[in-house]
Design a binder for this molecule. Structure first.
Ligand code: SAJ
Length: 403
């Protein structure tokens, strides 16, 4: 075996398959026996375009195998999740466990790379952990950090064509890692040190979070000022040096809503904008839920009956089936929590069934509703023709002419 990848999730599995497709022997490790068995059958456990074929082919040709325990190789990739704890502090225990699990296999000149999003200094910390247990290897390993930056839904393409930032703990490590990625990445490879590479990943996602927070803040101001925020942003963006993103019902997913906390928890005094952006984006979801409740009360006073409300979308962003850390789901939960016996239709065209919510067809829901609430800008919703008499709460810019 040439390469061991630890972690066979949303990034680890596609990465393993891509390396294997390039004729390199890969052994994927995961703590979950079911996942290991699925992959060894040439099947996959996650939804990602083109991944099924890549895994099936590599397993069939014998270039990809999976197991619970790592085996000896020349390169070790750590691709496990780094969630945060209750107090928003990063939890690097998976990276630590993955590292501890391969330490006994390491030998002179091996390459050890962390791809997991990690707080600044994690690579150096892991280096110390390794050399503490294997002092005879001190200075003889190549240790680097190289963050993934692929967009879910387009992973197999972006893994090959995105540029990569590669930061070793010394120059020898950086060069060794660079040569490793050269084998299967067609994007440019940029070298730096480990701390800069770690911060670079956090910066990319924090930058997007801050920019979305700006758009969300504008939407709150415009709502009070009775200005159409979509028209406003469109007009402001006509300036050659202004490029504002779109407001929505909050920021979700497991990256952009998480990574900024890795900076804030280590540098709280210095990261005021980054921390505030998180608060603004979280508040936006809460604000949307309140807005729905207010609109419902207004309707009840006016019509002397409960309105039928269509809640459109549950996913964390448009045109995907991923509901994890979804602001739309948070809003739906919050609205239902406060009003258990209201008349709600819950809609998510990208999934067939949900274990908690009873889903309604999107056209039927809109037809029956008095109030239509757009939470996610799914493409289906943009084609709807909605009668003028219905009340619309458009949190994600489905119909940009109407607020
Ligand atoms: N969103 C808005 N308004 C916008 C754009 C996005 O409200 O104008 C919301 C989305 O609805 C969603 C959230 O932001 O709830 C995040 O969506 P996204 O499409 O911006 O990003 P992710 O989480 O799918 O993927 C990001 C990407 N990072 C950047 O674009 C800087 C991806 O390249 C990273 O690899 C990924 O995070 C990751 O794994 O870190």
């Amino acid at each position: 075996v040439e390469v061991v990848t630890v972690g066979l999730g949303y990034i680890g599995l596609p990465t393993s398959a891509l390396i294997a497709q390039n004729g390199i022997q890969v052994y994927g490790v995961d703590v979950n026996q079911e996942i290991v068995d699925t992959i060894n059958k040439g099947e996959i456990h996650i939804v990602e375009p083109s991944l099924d074929i890549a895994v099936e082919e590599s397993v069939k040709k014998g270039f990809l195998k999976a197991g619970i325990q790592p085996v000896e190789a020349n390169t070790y990739l750590v691709v496990v999740p780094t969630p945060f704890k209750g107090n928003h502090e990063p939890d690097i225990s998976y990276v630590e466990a993955a590292t501890k699990n391969i330490i006994h296999l390491l030998k002179e000149d091996d390459l050890y790379i962390i791809e997991s999003t990690s707080p600044i200094g994690t690579t150096e910390k892991m280096m110390r952990l390794i050399y503490n247990l294997r002092p005879e290897l001190e200075g003889k390993l190549n240790i680097a950090y190289c963050p993934e930056r692929v967009l879910p839904g387009n992973v197999m393409y972006e893994l090959v064509y995105n540029d990569r930032v590669i930061g070793g703990i010394d120059e020898k490590s950086t060069n060794k890692a660079l040569n490793f990625y050269k084998q299967f990445v067609k994007g440019e490879l940029h070298s730096t040190n480990a701390r800069t590479a770690e911060m670079c990943k956090l910066t990319e996602n924090s930058s997007r979070d801050v920019q979305i927070a700006f758009a969300n803040e504008l939407s709150l101001i415009c709502d009070k000022a009775e200005i159409n925020v979509w028209e406003l942003i469109n007009l402001a963006n006509k300036h050659p040096r202004v490029n504002i993103l779109q407001p929505g019902c909050g920021v979700g997913g497991h990256c952009i809503a998480v990574d900024p906390y890795f900076i804030v928890s280590d540098y709280p005094m210095e990261s005021k904008i980054i921390g505030t952006a998180r608060e603004v984006n979280n508040y936006k979801s809460f604000w949307c839920a309140e807005k729905i409740q207010n609109e419902k009360l207004k309707f009840e006073l006016e019509h002397k009956r409960k309105p039928k409300i269509a809640l459109m979308g549950l996913a964390f962003k448009p045109n995907i089936d991923d509901l994890r850390e979804s602001p739309a789901k948070y809003i739906v939960n919050k609205v239902l929590q406060n009003d258990n016996n209201g008349n709600y239709f819950i809609v998510e065209p990208n999934i067939e069934e949900h274990n908690v919510f009873k889903l309604t067809d999107y056209k039927k829901a809109v037809e029956a509703a008095d109030i239509v609430v757009f939470l996610v800008a799914h493409k289906e919703f943009k084609e709807l023709n909605i009668e003028q008499n219905k009340i619309i709460l458009d949190f994600c810019g489905i119909n940009k002419n109407r607020i």
